[in-house]
Design a protein around this ligand. Structure first.
Ligand code: F6R
Length: 615
């Protein structure tokens, strides 16, 4: 959570930092700030609110001049979102200025010690404590900024990506990382610092991703010196060439990133299986998997750990793995898994699913599983992310940057990868017939076209949204493979429209939730052609009998549900195993339109952040 940006070079830092912060707002957007060195002093502006609010304030309060600067967009951890708690933070002397993404857990004791030494604090943040600790060490030990940062970080417990500079030495920025991401863009006589590469992608394709417990001293017009925080060991920085381009991180004519990302699904699902799925030849080849197939095939069980939407993808995978590959699967909320002393052995394979690859709970679950000897496989979208590096092996989803906070294309591409893994294992284990295997490969290749077709109902779904936008509660029901889709549909609605919604397995309705149903309750039922079709039709009858309003997701050509439901959203026919990839599309569009009609901030819903790097 929180986005950080820094610049040192020959350009005006202000526009670089402001545009960079806008691209990082998905990481947090309750306050924003910037500090520039204008040649004689630090110009600092910060405010509660978004980057546009910061721009307004900066226009009134600072000169915006300078070729060295740092900026921050915040998701509050310590201290409510207000002007004072916004970053950057000065040290007491006003010489040092810092931005920070993460949490300093022992800040209270450090703060007490600093107060005893005469320091005063303006904000409630842990970050202001850190910058003053750096200042105190710099003064006490008579060391340079880089060393002071290193010594200070050795005294704190927690997670951080920080950037700090000293107005008396305006030719360097010191950065450090532990548990929060930090990339350094290497340009021509200029350097960029950011939480991900999006703020500097139009300036350079070359980036250094710091590893945990590394820090760097970035020297204007010179170089980047990387070293370990725990000792003085120098590390040779690895400069990576990025595949990202500017179009991928812009809205491309759509009103919102979320809508763009929903519409990107046909092409990104193709990107996910491109070169990995060769249906005609009956081949599935996943680079990260091949070598480890025996681990999966011989595993006692697969444990999937994830959070939120990625957890829902894990639930879909449970059905697919058990059904096709006959391997027992458990799906765990990463946050619960790590705190309940789980039984894990060397015979377990753990799959961690994460779009961002930075989710703190998932990361902690991975570390625990590794400690207990399990083999850990990652499914991440963000290339080079912490989880992709912490796992033993893995597969990228290749969905491209997902900027809308509500996850859409990450979900369908995760399911695509998981389906390919399950099919591959099923083939190796002999738990699938050759005919079925070939059929699934061909059908998986057709999913992008089916998603394209499902998207064609957009206008009809917008009309349905008009009817239900003022409802205060929604129920989402699905069975089998589509139970997790019901959960995901409900989550999408809650997070962007703030309407209360619950997902249930359709058959569970009669064990409690049915009491909620009256003429005011819209019930979204996934009622596609499947083994459960007849049962779901009965559930719909039960809802109708209690005057609930039915919005059904149906298979093209359906007749029975269409007669019963108040509104229908059609999806193309595909084998039941693959249906989550299409049934989720109308649910994404429904929540999108409702949120737009309610004037909600679709891409940046309140209280949320794209990458949850705190526990
Ligand atoms: C929901 C959503 C969140 C994330 C969750 C895990 O739309 O975006 O629920 O799915 O925070 O994030 P990742 O996948 O990055 O680990």
């Amino acid at each position: 959570m929180c986005g950080i940006v820094g610049y040192i070079g020959h350009r005006d830092a202000y526009p670089v930092i402001i545009n960079g912060l806008k691209r990082l707002e998905y990481r947090g957007y309750d306050s924003a700030g910037i500090a520039l060195y204008d040649g004689t002093q630090i110009q600092l502006a910060k405010t509660k609110g978004k980057v546009v609010d910061l721009q307004e304030r900066a226009s009134k309060e600072i000169t915006k001049k300078g070729t060295l600067g740092i900026g921050h967009t915040r998701w509050a951890t310590h201290g409510v979102p207000n002007d004072v708690n916004s970053h950057p933070h000065y040290s007491n002397s006003g010489d040092l200025v810092i931005i920070h993404n993460g949490i300093i857990e022992n800040y209270a004791s450090v703060k007490k010690e600093l107060i005893n030494r005469g320091y005063t604090f303006k904000s409630d943040t842990d970050t202001e404590v850190l910058v003053n600790l750096i200042e105190e060490i710099k003064k006490e030990e008579g060391v340079k900024l880089g060393k002071a940062v290193q010594l200070a970080l050795n005294e704190v417990v927690g997670a951080y990506a920080i950037a700090v500079f000293d107005k008396n030495k305006p030719d360097e920025i010191v950065v450090a990382k532990l548990g929060s991401p930090l990339a350094i863009g290497v340009g021509d006589n200029e350097f960029f610092v950011a939480s991900d590469a999006s703020p500097f992608i139009e300036f350079t394709n070359n980036a250094i991703y710091l590893e945990d417990e590394e820090m760097a001293i970035i020297r204007r017009g010179r170089d980047v010196k990387v070293r370990k925080i725990g000792n003085d060991k120098e590390v040779k920085p690895f400069i990576q060439e990025l595949q990202l381009n500017i179009e991928q991180i812009e809205k491309g004519g759509y009103d919102h990133f979320m809508l763009k990302e929903i519409y990107e699904q046909p092409s990104v699902i193709k990107d996910t299986y491109r070169g990995r799925l060769l249906a005609d030849k009956g081949i599935i080849k996943l680079g990260g998997l091949e070598e480890y197939i025996p681990k999966f095939v011989n595993a006692d069980r697969i444990i999937i750990v994830a959070c939120g939407t990625s957890w829902h993808a894990g639930l879909v995978a449970e059905y697919i793995f058990e059904d096709l590959a006959r391997i027992p699967v458990e799906v765990e909320y990463a946050s619960e898994f790590r705190y309940r002393n789980p039984i894990i052995t060397e015979k377990d394979v753990v799959i961690a699913i994460s779009q961002s690859g930075e989710t703190a709970d998932t990361l902690a679950a991975i570390k625990l599983a590794k400690q207990k000897g399990a083999f850990v496989y990652g499914i991440c979208n963000v290339v080079g992310s912490t989880i992709s590096r912490e796992t033993h092996s893995g597969t990228y989803t290749h969905a491209g940057p997902e900027i809308g906070v509500a996850s859409t294309k990450a979900f369908t591409t995760q399911i695509t990868v998981l389906t390919m893994i399950a099919l591959k294992l099923a083939k190796v284990k002999g738990t699938i017939s050759k005919t079925d295997y070939m059929m699934y490969l061909r059908e998986l290749e057709m999913i992008p076209a089916h998603v394209e077709a499902a998207l064609k109902s957009n206008d009809d779904i917008e009309e349905i949204a008009k009817v239900f936008k003022d409802a205060t509660n929604f129920l989402y029901l699905g069975r089998g493979y589509n139970f997790p889709v019901a959960l995901e549909g409900a989550l999408k609605l809650k997070e962007i429209s703030y309407i209360h919604a619950e997902g249930y397995p359709a058959a569970e309705m009669k064990h409690g939730p049915i009491a909620l149903i009256d003429e005011h309750m819209p019930v979204v039922v996934i009622a596609i052609n499947s083994d459960h079709y007849g049962k779901v039709v009965s559930n719909i009858e039960e809802i109708k009998a209690r005057k609930g309003k039915i919005i059904a997701v149906v298979t093209e050509g359906d007749t029975a549900v269409k007669e019963l439901a108040d509104y229908c959203m059609e999806v193309p026919k595909t084998p039941e195993t693959l249906t989550p990839l299409v049934t989720t599309i109308p649910l994404q569009l429904l929540s999108y339109h409702i949120a737009v009609m309610l004037n909600k901030n679709v891409d940046q819903p309140r209280n949320l952040a794209k990458s949850v790097t705190v526990e």
